[in-house]
Write a protein that binds this ligand. Structure first.
Ligand code: XLS
Ligand code: NI
Ligand code: NI
Length: 437
């Protein structure tokens, strides 16, 4: 079956370098270029997400759809889902991306019953599997939408009603089955409604136990079916709820430790969620690495002036460079990737706007990656950092950290010391970063 001619180009977007005048071209994303010994495509591991690009109609709280996508109107829901899949796979081919991601309800219509929804998802999974036999694209992760339907308004795993918890189990089982069938590299959980609107009606300790149990059951099931990838939790502090339990990387890490889940569950971090939590993106990435729980990234950006999850395409080279500067020091992605959890603005109504958005952001990520590589080669930041902490390489300091000195011993040694403060050199370092971006 041939895909509808939705986009203007017929052939995949190619790397053409900075001097090209072609609008639909990669200027920096050169997939075969080696960066620290690995192909750029294998570093960046781009994934197109299904929901923002193919399921969101362009509405906002004050107005309805603007995009008028053909697969959103009339006809049999399963037929429309197939039409949507054709367009999605056509875009994966045109962008030449290695991965995609989806929620169950993005790809298949919800049925009248749980069984009917599961059957619809299976039908679409069959179609995806057939397409993936010839397509290049692979599945970075799948997930279940446990937040849009009104049954989940008071939470999914954290719902006061155990029947809703059970329904969520049914949905998540089907979603990880589909992810497994399609060879997904990870499985993601974002707890959009796992939080509260008011503490007056919320038993927090109980709800956290429910969430811990839900994830433990999911981990057991993952092992049972032989799903090799990690489960990823995506922190976000608020929106849609006033407070979400998976507030930020640190909070999730504490939760995973309490419920003994760190062996199987890692983090999926998102720029816009980081700033909603009052952190920078690289802060969250560093927290994850510091705890050996880095998994994957949802690459997008929030608006500096708006306090919500605007999910814009990431365009800030400096911010991306600082994230890759950290990641490259740890070897970069393993199972994770850069998932475009990003949507075009509602005025960007031309089909090709979807291509332009991805191309521009992929180029920004490529520039960030290359800047990080150069900074590391030159030890532009790692050199000054090593100098700053050099005292800790001295034998006595090492012995303290190794637990070989008591407080009394160190206190006694301190009597002969007179430490002198040194400059933190912040502006000097900021200037250095600017030289690379
Ligand atoms: C919403 C989240 C969501 C997850 C997947 O803010 O970012 O899109 O990535 O459920
Ligand atoms: Ni996300
Ligand atoms: Ni988000």
């Amino acid at each position: 079956m041939s895909a509808p001619a939705f986009f203007s180009p017929a052939d995949p977007i190619r790397f053409q370098g900075e001097s090209t005048s072609e609008a639909l071209a990669y200027r920096h994303y050169d997939k075969d270029r080696l960066v620290m010994g690995k192909r750029m495509e294998d570093h960046l591991r781009f994934a197109v997400c299904y929901w923002h690009s193919f399921t969101w109609p362009g509405g906002d709280p004050f107005g309805g759809e603007t995009f008028l996508r053909p697969w959103m109107h009339g006809g049999d829901p399963l037929e429309l889902a197939k039409q949507k899949a054709d367009t999605a796979f056509e875009m994966f081919r045109l962008l030449d991306v290695p991965f995609f991601t989806f929620h169950d309800v993005d790809v298949a219509p919800e049925g009248e019953s749980l069984q009917e929804s599961i059957d619809n998802l299976k039908a679409i999974t069959d179609i995806f599997a057939a397409k993936m036999e010839t397509a290049k694209v692979r599945l970075l992760w799948g997930t279940a939408n446990l937040f849009s339907n009104r049954r989940y308004m008071a939470g999914a795993a954290t719902n006061p009603d155990p029947d809703v918890f059970a329904y969520a189990c049914g949905q998540v089982k089907a979603a990880i089955d589909a992810t497994h069938r399609l060879g997904g590299a990870n499985y993601v959980c974002w707890g959009g409604r796992e939080g509260y609107e008011t503490l007056l009606n919320t038993d927090m300790a109980r709800e956290l136990d429910q969430l811990g149990r839900f994830l433990s059951m999911l981990v057991d099931y993952k092992h049972k079916i032989g799903f090799k990838g990690p489960i990823l939790i995506e922190p976000k502090p608020k929106e849609p709820t006033k407070h979400q339990y998976d507030f930020d990387a640190s909070t999730v890490i504490g939760f995973l430790r309490k419920y003994d889940l760190t062996a199987d569950v890692k983090l999926n971090l998102e720029q816009n969620h980081a700033i909603l939590a009052g952190h920078s993106f690289d802060h969250e990435v560093k927290v994850a690495y510091a705890n050996d729980l880095f998994g994957s990234l949802d690459i997008n950006r929030g608006d500096d002036l708006l306090g919500w999850d605007t999910d814009q395409f990431a365009m800030d080279v400096k911010e991306i460079a600082l994230v890759f500067h950290e990641m490259l020091q740890h070897g970069g992605f393993t199972t994770g990737g850069l998932n475009f959890d990003a949507k075009i603005r509602r005025q960007s109504i031309d089909p090709d706007d979807l291509l332009h958005a991805h191309i521009a952001s992929m180029d920004a990520c490529a520039r960030g990656l290359l800047a990080a590589e150069r900074m590391l080669e030159d030890k532009a930041l790692t050199g000054p950092l090593a100098d700053r902490y050099a005292g800790w390489d001295e034998p006595e300091a090492k012995a303290i950290l190794a637990g070989e000195r008591s407080l009394e011993q160190v206190a006694a040694d301190a009597l002969s010391l007179n430490p002198q403060p040194r400059s933190g050199r912040q502006e000097y370092l900021e200037g250095i970063v600017n030289r690379y971006v």
